[in-house]
Structures are given as C-alpha cells and as structure tokens.
Design a protein around this ligand. Structure first.
Ligand code: NAD
Length: 363
C-alpha cells in the first residue's frame, strides 16, 4: 500500500483556502491532519470545511500535539522565518510560501538546518514546475529561437486589496517586511531565473504610486489603508552575463493590462506567454528561418517530449513527496529561492545608490 503523507497547513488565509486546503488529497498521496492559524477561528473553520481532525493557534502547539510529517507555511510573509525554523527544528519536511526569510543569511540558516535534520525543504512559487515554461526551456535548449538573449516579464495586479476577494485584513501586504517586491516581484524574478539561470547584476527604479488605498471586497471592504511606506511599482533590469538580460515590470499598480506575462527573444524568433499558466497553455512561437523561407507566428502542437502538466499551486506538495520518496532534490529548490531573495534584498541598494549591484549567490 502506498504511504499517505500527513500534512499540516499553517496560515489558513486567502491563499491556503484557494490553493492548498482543497487540493492536498488531489496533488499527492497525502492527507490533512491539522490546520493552524493565530486567528484560531480561521483554523477551526478550515477544519470544518475540509474535514481536518485537529486545529491549533500556533506552530508551537502544532509541534507539541500533532503527528504530522510535512508542513506548508502559508502564513503572512513576516511570519515565515520563525515558523520555518520551528518546523525544521522539529525535524519535519517543509514547504514555505514566499519569501521564506527576510534576508539571505536567515534563509541560509533554514537551508543548513534542513540539511542537518535530513528533511526536504521546498520553496514556492511553483514556476519551475510549469508546463509552458518547461516547454519554452526545451525549445531554447533545442535552438528553436537561436540564441535567446532577452526576456521581458510583467507580474503585476492592482494590489491585494483590489483584485483578490479576501476576508483577512490585507494591510500587512503594505507593511515593512512585505510589499509588492516580495509578494509579486518574487514571481517575475523566479520566472526570469528559471529561463536564464542565476543573474549576475541587478538595477532598479521604483516608486510609491498610490500612498493610500481602499479595500475593495470581503470583511474589510471600504477600509482605508496607508500604503506609502514601501514602493508599490518596480522596473528592474537583470544582467545574466554575456548577451543575456531581462526587463521586469512588477508591482501592485496595474489595475488591468493586455501585455503578455512573458516574452523571450532570440536571434531566430520569439516565445510569447499570454495565457494563465494553470490552464497549461502552449506559449505562442514566432520563428524567422530565412534559409527555409519561413517567417511568422504559430501555435505549436504539444511537444514530442511533453513536460508534466500542473493542476493547482499545491503541485509543490507532489514535488516534496517525490523528493522524500526518491531522496532527490526538489524542483522548487531553496537555493533558487535564496538567489531570488538576494536580488530582492539588493534592489533597495540599487535604488538608493542609483547603480547596478553585483550578485553573489547561485543555484
Ligand atoms: N500566487 C501566489 O504564490 C500567492 C498569492 C497570494 C499569496 N501568496 C502568499 O501566501 C502567503 C499568505 O498570503 P494570503 O494572501 O493567504 O494572506 P492572508 O492574510 O489571507 O492569510 C495569512 C494567514 O496567516 C495567518 N498568520 C499570520 N501569522 C501567523 C503565524 N505566526 N502562525 C499562524 N498563522 C499566521 C493570518 O492570521 C492569516 O489567516 C504569503 O506568503 C503570500 O505572499 C502567494
């Protein structure tokens, strides 16, 4: 009989309810054994809704009282490091929402502790598992667009108080430790580094575009929040060495847009991503092969070596279970997350000093 992995979800807010709690049993041989939230009513509500046997008001109570094997940290950004260290110290496997820590040094502590405790540690976002990105990587490796030298990516929305329905107060997204860069920029940076690998240098311009915002849905509808402490819109450039570079548009200040999420340009063509990735779309492809008399856009057929499709952002659970069962490295590695974190930590320096800053980490 296949082993069923026991999972605890820590933080029962908007994201856990949308992606983790409903999908645990669908994504892996796993069951939910506990829900945790400092607002205990949220943990209790999750138990009732998803038929979970136990709920707790803190990670410490969870560790003292529950026989779980994998924890998913889906709490607010500022709480991740403390939760992650407690889970790893207890010798449990861990999936952390982003960013797992506020600094490179603290994330290194988590990585070292996971190694010492011999547990698997996965850091989301899940972009390296995406069907469309992996298809594009395969095309690039096969030379379909020749030398791929430039990518542009747009990871923006109108702000968590604007575009998502939420019953938890979204004010924390605008407080120190959180912000548009670590909440949205992390996606764009992970996507860019998934395609081109570790970056060597970063530069950036950023602004506070909207110093006050109003919550537009849910239990806090109409609440005014101060949003002038951290920039809410960023234009980032990355230098990958050689001729490779990226332009990243990210933040909470684009209420609507028609631009592609991502475009990758090469000497023989372009790969363009316009559809939401959870539909597992094929990217559009433009090729220019003068020697064959071919030039134009096409909708490619599914690849000869198709990558695995994903069904929800809970696919990270399958990644950690595969890593545990095969004693392998997860696809969503904490070392990749640390490189993205280093870029985010150096962006304020790049802005203040008005210059390009060198990067040191790799993955
Ligand atoms: N696409 C994505 O990858 C995506 C989208 C949205 C949010 N997120 C991430 O998911 C995480 C949660 O975001 P959200 O939108 O669900 O926020 P949220 O405010 O709706 O939920 C966070 C929950 O964590 C709880 N919490 C806070 N500190 C805690 C602690 N110490 N222990 C236990 N629970 C605690 C809060 O009470 C709240 O219920 C964040 O890291 C955010 O960046 C990811």
């Amino acid at each position: 009989m296949k082993k069923i992995w026991k999972v605890a979800v820590i933080g029962c807010g908007s994201f856990a309810n949308a992606q983790y709690l409903p999908n645990i049993r669908k994504e892996a041989n796993a069951e939910l054994v506990a829900a945790v939230d400092i607002v205990i009513e949220r943990a209790q509500k999750a138990c009732e809704k998803y038929d979970i046997p136990a709920y707790f008001g803190s990670v410490e109570e969870l560790i003292a009282n529950c026989d779980f094997e994998i924890a998913i940290d889906a709490a607010s950004i500022q709480a991740h490091h403390e939760i992650n260290m407690a889970v790893l110290k207890a010798g449990k496997h861990l999936i952390s929402q982003k960013p797992a820590a506020p600094t490179v040094e603290l994330l290194t502590e988590q990585i070292e502790l996971a190694k010492k405790k011999n547990v698997k540690f996965v850091c989301v976002p899940i972009h390296p598992m995406r069907y469309d990105l992996n298809t594009a990587k395969q095309w690039i490796a096969d030379g379909v667009i020749g030398n791929a030298y430039y990518l542009k990516t747009v990871y923006t929305h109108g702000g968590p108080e604007y575009f998502q329905y939420r019953d938890a107060d979204p004010s924390w997204f605008y407080e120190p430790g959180a912000g548009a860069l670590v909440d949205m920029g992390v996606h764009a940076l992970q996507v860019a580094t998934t395609i081109f690998g570790p970056a060597k240098k970063v530069s950036c311009t950023a602004k506070v575009t909207t110093p006050m915002r109003m919550v537009r849905s849910g239990a806090y509808d109409g609440k005014l929040i101060r949003t002038d402490q951290i920039p809410d819109q960023y234009v980032i450039t990355l230098d990958f060495g050689g001729e490779k570079m990226a332009l990243i548009d990210t933040g909470f200040s684009e209420k609507a847009k028609n631009s592609p999420y991502l475009e990758i340009f090469g000497e023989k063509g372009t790969i363009s991503f316009t559809e939401f990735y959870l539909n597992n779309p094929m990217p559009d492809l433009y090729i220019d092969y003068p020697e064959k008399g071919i030039r134009g856009w096409m909708k490619p057929m599914e690849g000869a070596k198709p990558c695995k499709k994903i069904h929800s952002q809970c696919c990270c659970l399958k990644d950690i279970v595969d890593a545990i069962e095969n004693d392998a490295k997860p696809v969503l590695s904490p070392e990749h997350a640390r490189h993205v974190l280093e870029i985010m930590c150096k962006i304020p320096q790049a802005i203040t000093e008005g210059r390009t800053v060198e990067l040191e980490t790799t993955f």
